[in-house]
Design a protein. Structure first.
Length: 117
């Protein structure tokens, strides 16, 4: 079992920046990758970015490339999402997820990010 707790979401103005954190606990040694997803009002959950726990290879959705950066701290078992140049369209609940093999099997409770114009 892996437990995930997100933090850092809040109201921010368009063009601003925000950093989200996701602290993992439990059987973190089995994590293969961690990622961020988001769900905007009335829409489905969408992939934002992911990072390999070993090696740090990253993948980003086209919509956030050049604006968002994912990073990890293997010692503290924490993954971060630095979000710059935020847009109103980035408003969503952001979820952290972990893959211990077989897909995104573990999810946090989500943190709300609201970008105002």
């Amino acid at each position: 079992q892996v437990q995930l707790v997100e933090s850092g979401g809040r109201l921010v103005q368009a063009g601003g920046s925000l950093r989200l954190s996701c602290a993992a606990s439990g059987r973190t040694s089995r994590m293969f990758r961690m990622g961020w997803f988001r769900q905007a009002p009335g829409k489905g959950r969408e992939f934002v970015t992911q990072i390999a726990w070993s090696g740090g290879r990253t993948i980003y959705a086209d919509s956030v490339k050049g604006r968002f950066t994912i990073s990890r701290d293997n010692i503290d078992n924490t993954v971060y999402l630095q979000m710059n140049s935020l847009q109103v369209e980035d408003t969503a609940i952001y979820y952290c997820s972990a893959d211990v093999g077989g897909g995104w099997g573990y999810w946090g409770q989500g943190t709300q990010v609201t970008v105002s114009s």
